[in-house]
Design a protein around this ligand. Structure first.
Ligand code: MRU
Length: 379
Protein backbone atom coordinates (compact mmCIF):
# COMPACT_ATOMS: atom_id res chain seq x y z
CA UNK A 1 0.00 0.00 0.00
CA UNK A 2 1.06 3.60 -0.36
CA UNK A 3 3.10 6.00 1.74
CA UNK A 4 3.34 9.45 0.17
CA UNK A 5 2.26 7.87 -3.10
CA UNK A 6 5.01 5.20 -3.06
CA UNK A 7 4.04 1.52 -2.71
CA UNK A 8 5.50 -0.32 0.28
CA UNK A 9 5.24 -3.67 1.94
CA UNK A 10 5.70 -3.81 5.71
CA UNK A 11 8.76 -6.11 5.48
CA UNK A 12 11.23 -6.83 2.68
CA UNK A 13 14.75 -8.01 1.91
CA UNK A 14 17.24 -5.17 1.51
CA UNK A 15 17.87 -4.84 -2.24
CA UNK A 16 21.33 -6.22 -2.99
CA UNK A 17 21.79 -7.67 0.52
CA UNK A 18 19.69 -10.69 1.44
CA UNK A 19 21.34 -10.79 4.87
CA UNK A 20 19.40 -7.72 5.98
CA UNK A 21 15.64 -7.74 6.45
CA UNK A 22 14.08 -4.30 6.42
CA UNK A 23 10.99 -3.26 8.33
CA UNK A 24 9.12 -0.05 9.04
CA UNK A 25 9.79 0.58 12.74
CA UNK A 26 6.16 1.11 13.74
CA UNK A 27 6.97 2.55 17.17
CA UNK A 28 7.60 5.92 15.56
CA UNK A 29 4.55 6.15 13.33
CA UNK A 30 2.69 8.32 12.48
CA UNK A 31 5.18 11.07 13.24
CA UNK A 32 8.40 9.53 11.94
CA UNK A 33 8.89 7.07 9.09
CA UNK A 34 11.94 5.02 10.05
CA UNK A 35 13.18 1.94 8.22
CA UNK A 36 15.17 -0.50 10.32
CA UNK A 37 17.49 -3.26 9.12
CA UNK A 38 17.48 -6.57 11.03
CA UNK A 39 20.54 -8.84 10.80
CA UNK A 40 20.19 -11.49 13.52
CA UNK A 41 17.56 -13.61 15.19
CA UNK A 42 18.09 -11.58 18.38
CA UNK A 43 17.30 -8.37 16.54
CA UNK A 44 14.15 -9.94 15.06
CA UNK A 45 13.08 -11.24 18.50
CA UNK A 46 13.53 -7.78 20.02
CA UNK A 47 11.66 -6.17 17.11
CA UNK A 48 8.68 -8.47 17.71
CA UNK A 49 8.74 -8.28 21.52
CA UNK A 50 9.12 -4.49 21.60
CA UNK A 51 6.64 -4.01 18.77
CA UNK A 52 8.75 -2.45 16.04
CA UNK A 53 6.63 -4.91 14.05
CA UNK A 54 3.28 -6.15 15.32
CA UNK A 55 -0.01 -7.59 14.07
CA UNK A 56 -0.47 -11.35 13.90
CA UNK A 57 0.35 -12.00 10.22
CA UNK A 58 3.36 -9.66 10.18
CA UNK A 59 4.73 -11.19 13.37
CA UNK A 60 4.58 -14.57 11.58
CA UNK A 61 6.42 -13.28 8.52
CA UNK A 62 9.03 -11.50 10.66
CA UNK A 63 9.61 -14.72 12.61
CA UNK A 64 9.98 -16.66 9.34
CA UNK A 65 12.69 -14.22 8.25
CA UNK A 66 14.13 -14.47 11.78
CA UNK A 67 14.64 -18.20 11.21
CA UNK A 68 16.37 -17.44 7.92
CA UNK A 69 18.71 -14.97 9.67
CA UNK A 70 19.31 -17.62 12.34
CA UNK A 71 20.32 -20.09 9.62
CA UNK A 72 22.79 -17.71 7.95
CA UNK A 73 24.37 -16.56 11.22
CA UNK A 74 24.41 -19.94 13.01
CA UNK A 75 27.75 -21.63 13.84
CA UNK A 76 28.39 -23.95 10.92
CA UNK A 77 29.59 -27.01 12.83
CA UNK A 78 27.75 -29.50 15.01
CA UNK A 79 25.92 -26.73 16.88
CA UNK A 80 24.04 -25.60 13.75
CA UNK A 81 20.83 -27.57 14.43
CA UNK A 82 20.83 -26.76 18.15
CA UNK A 83 21.20 -23.07 17.31
CA UNK A 84 18.14 -23.30 15.05
CA UNK A 85 16.08 -24.98 17.78
CA UNK A 86 17.13 -22.34 20.32
CA UNK A 87 16.32 -19.58 17.82
CA UNK A 88 12.88 -21.07 17.19
CA UNK A 89 12.17 -21.15 20.93
CA UNK A 90 13.41 -17.58 21.32
CA UNK A 91 11.13 -16.29 18.55
CA UNK A 92 8.07 -18.21 19.74
CA UNK A 93 8.44 -16.88 23.27
CA UNK A 94 8.35 -13.21 22.20
CA UNK A 95 4.55 -12.88 22.06
CA UNK A 96 2.07 -15.56 23.14
CA UNK A 97 -1.34 -14.72 21.65
CA UNK A 98 -0.86 -14.49 17.88
CA UNK A 99 -0.75 -18.03 16.54
CA UNK A 100 0.86 -17.03 13.24
CA UNK A 101 4.19 -16.77 15.06
CA UNK A 102 4.44 -20.41 16.13
CA UNK A 103 2.89 -21.51 12.85
CA UNK A 104 5.55 -19.72 10.75
CA UNK A 105 8.45 -20.93 12.91
CA UNK A 106 7.07 -24.50 12.80
CA UNK A 107 6.83 -24.37 9.02
CA UNK A 108 10.42 -23.12 8.76
CA UNK A 109 11.70 -25.93 11.01
CA UNK A 110 9.70 -28.63 9.19
CA UNK A 111 10.99 -27.48 5.79
CA UNK A 112 14.62 -27.14 6.91
CA UNK A 113 14.47 -30.61 8.49
CA UNK A 114 13.93 -32.07 5.01
CA UNK A 115 17.56 -31.21 4.15
CA UNK A 116 20.92 -32.36 5.49
CA UNK A 117 23.44 -29.74 4.39
CA UNK A 118 23.68 -26.27 5.89
CA UNK A 119 23.57 -24.63 2.46
CA UNK A 120 20.36 -26.46 1.55
CA UNK A 121 18.78 -25.50 4.88
CA UNK A 122 19.65 -21.85 4.26
CA UNK A 123 18.12 -21.92 0.78
CA UNK A 124 15.04 -23.61 2.23
CA UNK A 125 14.71 -20.96 4.97
CA UNK A 126 14.89 -18.08 2.50
CA UNK A 127 12.43 -19.74 0.12
CA UNK A 128 9.98 -20.49 2.92
CA UNK A 129 10.16 -16.94 4.33
CA UNK A 130 9.48 -15.55 0.86
CA UNK A 131 6.54 -17.93 0.38
CA UNK A 132 5.02 -17.04 3.75
CA UNK A 133 5.33 -13.31 2.95
CA UNK A 134 3.90 -13.62 -0.56
CA UNK A 135 1.12 -15.98 0.58
CA UNK A 136 0.11 -13.50 3.26
CA UNK A 137 -0.14 -10.66 0.76
CA UNK A 138 -2.17 -12.92 -1.58
CA UNK A 139 -4.47 -14.09 1.20
CA UNK A 140 -5.15 -10.54 2.36
CA UNK A 141 -5.97 -9.50 -1.19
CA UNK A 142 -8.49 -12.37 -1.36
CA UNK A 143 -9.95 -11.33 2.01
CA UNK A 144 -10.39 -7.90 0.43
CA UNK A 145 -12.22 -9.29 -2.57
CA UNK A 146 -14.62 -11.35 -0.46
CA UNK A 147 -15.19 -8.66 2.17
CA UNK A 148 -15.80 -5.92 -0.40
CA UNK A 149 -18.96 -7.77 -1.45
CA UNK A 150 -20.39 -7.23 2.03
CA UNK A 151 -19.64 -3.51 1.83
CA UNK A 152 -21.17 -3.34 -1.65
CA UNK A 153 -24.38 -4.98 -0.40
CA UNK A 154 -24.71 -2.36 2.34
CA UNK A 155 -23.94 0.43 -0.12
CA UNK A 156 -26.66 -0.82 -2.46
CA UNK A 157 -29.12 -1.09 0.41
CA UNK A 158 -28.31 2.52 1.29
CA UNK A 159 -28.68 3.60 -2.37
CA UNK A 160 -25.03 4.62 -2.57
CA UNK A 161 -24.99 6.65 0.63
CA UNK A 162 -21.75 6.50 2.66
CA UNK A 163 -21.10 3.12 4.32
CA UNK A 164 -19.76 3.63 7.86
CA UNK A 165 -17.37 0.93 9.05
CA UNK A 166 -15.93 0.66 12.54
CA UNK A 167 -12.56 -0.98 13.14
CA UNK A 168 -10.45 -1.62 16.22
CA UNK A 169 -6.68 -1.65 16.67
CA UNK A 170 -4.63 -1.85 13.50
CA UNK A 171 -5.58 -4.76 11.29
CA UNK A 172 -4.28 -2.89 8.28
CA UNK A 173 -1.38 -3.47 5.92
CA UNK A 174 1.06 -2.55 8.69
CA UNK A 175 -0.16 -5.62 10.59
CA UNK A 176 0.29 -7.89 7.56
CA UNK A 177 2.59 -7.77 4.55
CA UNK A 178 0.18 -5.82 2.35
CA UNK A 179 -3.55 -4.90 2.18
CA UNK A 180 -4.29 -5.79 5.83
CA UNK A 181 -7.11 -8.03 7.00
CA UNK A 182 -9.90 -5.75 8.29
CA UNK A 183 -8.78 -2.98 5.95
CA UNK A 184 -8.46 -5.10 2.78
CA UNK A 185 -12.24 -5.07 2.11
CA UNK A 186 -12.20 -1.31 2.75
CA UNK A 187 -9.38 -0.67 0.27
CA UNK A 188 -10.96 -3.00 -2.28
CA UNK A 189 -14.44 -1.43 -1.91
CA UNK A 190 -12.93 2.04 -2.26
CA UNK A 191 -11.18 0.89 -5.45
CA UNK A 192 -14.59 -0.20 -6.73
CA UNK A 193 -15.90 3.32 -6.23
CA UNK A 194 -17.98 2.64 -3.12
CA UNK A 195 -18.45 5.67 -0.86
CA UNK A 196 -17.27 4.76 2.63
CA UNK A 197 -16.02 6.17 5.88
CA UNK A 198 -14.10 4.43 8.69
CA UNK A 199 -14.53 4.99 12.44
CA UNK A 200 -11.06 4.32 13.88
CA UNK A 201 -10.98 3.24 17.54
CA UNK A 202 -7.90 4.83 19.10
CA UNK A 203 -7.15 1.49 20.84
CA UNK A 204 -5.50 2.15 24.17
CA UNK A 205 -3.00 1.56 25.56
CA UNK A 206 -0.66 1.67 22.56
CA UNK A 207 -3.09 3.53 20.29
CA UNK A 208 -2.54 1.37 17.22
CA UNK A 209 -5.81 2.72 15.77
CA UNK A 210 -5.07 6.41 16.28
CA UNK A 211 -1.45 6.04 15.25
CA UNK A 212 -1.29 3.31 12.63
CA UNK A 213 -4.75 2.77 11.14
CA UNK A 214 -5.38 6.51 10.82
CA UNK A 215 -1.94 6.94 9.23
CA UNK A 216 -2.38 4.23 6.63
CA UNK A 217 -5.97 5.21 5.78
CA UNK A 218 -4.83 8.81 5.39
CA UNK A 219 -2.04 7.85 3.00
CA UNK A 220 -4.55 5.81 0.99
CA UNK A 221 -7.01 8.71 0.89
CA UNK A 222 -9.75 6.88 2.81
CA UNK A 223 -12.25 9.02 4.74
CA UNK A 224 -11.86 8.28 8.42
CA UNK A 225 -12.43 9.68 11.91
CA UNK A 226 -10.51 8.71 15.04
CA UNK A 227 -12.78 8.07 18.03
CA UNK A 228 -12.18 7.17 21.66
CA UNK A 229 -12.45 3.47 22.43
CA UNK A 230 -15.66 4.06 24.32
CA UNK A 231 -17.50 5.89 21.52
CA UNK A 232 -18.44 2.87 19.40
CA UNK A 233 -21.55 1.88 21.36
CA UNK A 234 -22.94 5.40 21.22
CA UNK A 235 -22.36 5.62 17.46
CA UNK A 236 -24.09 2.27 16.95
CA UNK A 237 -27.11 3.36 19.01
CA UNK A 238 -27.49 6.34 16.70
CA UNK A 239 -27.30 4.37 13.43
CA UNK A 240 -23.87 5.72 12.56
CA UNK A 241 -22.17 2.33 12.12
CA UNK A 242 -23.23 0.01 9.28
CA UNK A 243 -20.78 -2.76 10.06
CA UNK A 244 -17.73 -3.53 12.18
CA UNK A 245 -14.68 -5.33 10.79
CA UNK A 246 -11.82 -6.32 13.09
CA UNK A 247 -8.77 -8.54 12.72
CA UNK A 248 -7.77 -11.54 14.79
CA UNK A 249 -4.65 -12.80 16.51
CA UNK A 250 -5.97 -16.29 17.01
CA UNK A 251 -9.31 -17.79 16.01
CA UNK A 252 -10.37 -21.20 17.24
CA UNK A 253 -11.65 -23.98 14.98
CA UNK A 254 -15.10 -23.20 16.42
CA UNK A 255 -14.96 -19.47 15.66
CA UNK A 256 -13.99 -17.71 18.92
CA UNK A 257 -11.89 -14.68 18.03
CA UNK A 258 -8.98 -13.34 20.09
CA UNK A 259 -8.11 -9.80 19.12
CA UNK A 260 -6.84 -6.56 20.66
CA UNK A 261 -8.31 -5.75 24.07
CA UNK A 262 -11.70 -4.05 23.70
CA UNK A 263 -12.84 -6.03 20.68
CA UNK A 264 -15.26 -8.04 22.85
CA UNK A 265 -17.02 -4.89 24.07
CA UNK A 266 -17.49 -3.70 20.49
CA UNK A 267 -19.01 -7.06 19.58
CA UNK A 268 -21.44 -6.82 22.51
CA UNK A 269 -22.52 -3.34 21.45
CA UNK A 270 -22.84 -4.50 17.84
CA UNK A 271 -25.17 -7.36 18.81
CA UNK A 272 -27.33 -5.04 20.90
CA UNK A 273 -27.70 -2.68 17.95
CA UNK A 274 -28.03 -5.21 15.10
CA UNK A 275 -24.75 -4.10 13.57
CA UNK A 276 -23.02 -6.92 11.64
CA UNK A 277 -19.70 -7.75 13.30
CA UNK A 278 -17.07 -9.47 11.13
CA UNK A 279 -13.56 -10.71 11.84
CA UNK A 280 -11.24 -10.74 8.82
CA UNK A 281 -8.35 -13.20 8.99
CA UNK A 282 -6.13 -15.43 6.91
CA UNK A 283 -6.37 -19.14 7.75
CA UNK A 284 -2.86 -18.91 9.24
CA UNK A 285 -4.57 -17.17 12.18
CA UNK A 286 -6.82 -20.16 12.87
CA UNK A 287 -5.59 -22.46 15.61
CA UNK A 288 -7.02 -25.78 14.41
CA UNK A 289 -6.06 -27.52 17.64
CA UNK A 290 -8.48 -25.63 19.92
CA UNK A 291 -12.19 -24.81 20.05
CA UNK A 292 -12.72 -22.92 23.30
CA UNK A 293 -11.08 -19.51 23.04
CA UNK A 294 -11.71 -18.43 26.62
CA UNK A 295 -10.08 -21.55 27.98
CA UNK A 296 -7.33 -22.22 25.46
CA UNK A 297 -6.03 -18.92 24.08
CA UNK A 298 -3.14 -17.46 26.12
CA UNK A 299 -3.70 -13.75 26.70
CA UNK A 300 -0.56 -11.64 26.65
CA UNK A 301 -0.05 -9.29 29.58
CA UNK A 302 2.36 -6.51 28.77
CA UNK A 303 4.30 -3.96 30.78
CA UNK A 304 1.95 -1.79 32.89
CA UNK A 305 3.89 1.29 31.82
CA UNK A 306 2.11 1.06 28.46
CA UNK A 307 -1.07 1.91 30.40
CA UNK A 308 0.50 4.48 32.71
CA UNK A 309 2.21 6.49 29.98
CA UNK A 310 1.06 7.86 26.64
CA UNK A 311 3.33 9.21 23.96
CA UNK A 312 2.87 11.54 21.04
CA UNK A 313 4.27 14.52 19.21
CA UNK A 314 4.87 17.48 21.49
CA UNK A 315 2.86 20.42 20.15
CA UNK A 316 2.70 23.67 22.00
CA UNK A 317 2.53 27.34 21.18
CA UNK A 318 5.81 28.76 22.30
CA UNK A 319 9.43 27.89 22.48
CA UNK A 320 10.32 24.54 23.91
CA UNK A 321 13.15 22.23 23.03
CA UNK A 322 10.66 19.37 22.88
CA UNK A 323 8.61 21.02 20.13
CA UNK A 324 7.96 18.44 17.39
CA UNK A 325 9.71 15.71 19.37
CA UNK A 326 7.99 12.49 20.43
CA UNK A 327 7.33 12.82 24.15
CA UNK A 328 6.05 10.44 26.82
CA UNK A 329 3.79 11.63 29.65
CA UNK A 330 2.52 9.94 32.81
CA UNK A 331 -1.29 9.86 33.11
CA UNK A 332 -2.34 8.29 36.48
CA UNK A 333 -0.89 9.14 39.89
CA UNK A 334 2.73 8.05 40.16
CA UNK A 335 1.93 5.32 42.70
CA UNK A 336 -1.21 3.80 41.10
CA UNK A 337 -0.67 0.25 39.89
CA UNK A 338 -1.87 -0.57 36.38
CA UNK A 339 -2.65 -3.81 34.50
CA UNK A 340 -2.13 -4.33 30.81
CA UNK A 341 -4.18 -7.15 29.28
CA UNK A 342 -3.35 -6.96 25.59
CA UNK A 343 -6.09 -9.13 24.05
CA UNK A 344 -9.58 -10.44 24.73
CA UNK A 345 -11.69 -13.24 23.30
CA UNK A 346 -14.95 -12.54 21.49
CA UNK A 347 -17.11 -15.68 21.68
CA UNK A 348 -18.29 -16.98 18.30
CA UNK A 349 -21.95 -16.26 19.15
CA UNK A 350 -21.18 -12.52 18.89
CA UNK A 351 -19.44 -12.80 15.51
CA UNK A 352 -21.61 -12.45 12.38
CA UNK A 353 -19.00 -14.08 10.15
CA UNK A 354 -15.35 -14.68 9.34
CA UNK A 355 -13.91 -13.17 6.17
CA UNK A 356 -11.11 -15.47 5.01
CA UNK A 357 -9.06 -15.95 1.85
CA UNK A 358 -11.41 -18.75 0.81
CA UNK A 359 -14.60 -16.81 1.37
CA UNK A 360 -16.96 -15.83 4.16
CA UNK A 361 -18.25 -18.35 6.67
CA UNK A 362 -20.22 -18.34 9.88
CA UNK A 363 -18.21 -18.35 13.10
CA UNK A 364 -18.94 -21.96 13.95
CA UNK A 365 -17.19 -25.30 13.64
CA UNK A 366 -19.30 -26.66 10.78
CA UNK A 367 -19.15 -23.57 8.59
CA UNK A 368 -15.40 -23.14 9.11
CA UNK A 369 -14.81 -26.83 8.35
CA UNK A 370 -16.83 -26.56 5.16
CA UNK A 371 -14.47 -23.84 3.92
CA UNK A 372 -11.30 -25.56 5.16
CA UNK A 373 -11.93 -29.34 5.06
CA UNK A 374 -8.21 -29.96 4.50
CA UNK A 375 -7.20 -28.26 7.77
CA UNK A 376 -9.39 -30.08 10.23
CA UNK A 377 -7.52 -32.04 12.88
CA UNK A 378 -9.20 -35.31 13.87
CA UNK A 379 -9.01 -35.69 17.62
O1 MRU B 1 -0.61 -5.95 19.83
P1 MRU B 1 -0.72 -5.90 18.34
O2 MRU B 1 -0.58 -4.53 17.78
O3 MRU B 1 0.20 -6.89 17.67
O4 MRU B 1 -2.20 -6.36 18.08
C1 MRU B 1 -2.67 -6.46 16.75
C2 MRU B 1 -4.10 -6.81 16.66
O5 MRU B 1 -4.77 -7.08 17.64
C3 MRU B 1 -4.66 -6.93 15.30
O6 MRU B 1 -6.00 -6.56 15.28
C4 MRU B 1 -4.53 -8.40 14.88
O7 MRU B 1 -3.20 -8.79 14.93
C5 MRU B 1 -5.05 -8.65 13.55
S1 MRU B 1 -4.00 -7.95 12.40
C6 MRU B 1 -4.19 -8.31 10.87
Amino acid sequence: MKVNGKAYRSIWEKPGDEGIIQIIDQRWLPHKFIIEGLRTVDEVSAAIRDMHVRGAPLIGVAAAYGMYLAAITAPKGSRFDTYLIESAEKLISTRPTAVNLAWAVGRQMANMNKFYSVSEKIVSALTTARHIADDDAGQCRKIGEHGAKLIREISERKSGETVNILTHCNAGWLATVDWGTATAPIYMARNQGIDLHVWVDETRPRNQGAKLTAWELGHEGINHTVITDNAGGHLMQHGLVDMAIVGSDRTTAAGDVANKIGTYLKALAALDNNVPFYAALPSTTIDWSIEDGLKDIPIEQRNADEVRFVDGLYKHQGNCQCENEITEVLVPPEGSPAANYAFDVTPSRLVTGLITERGICLANKESIAELFPDKIIDK
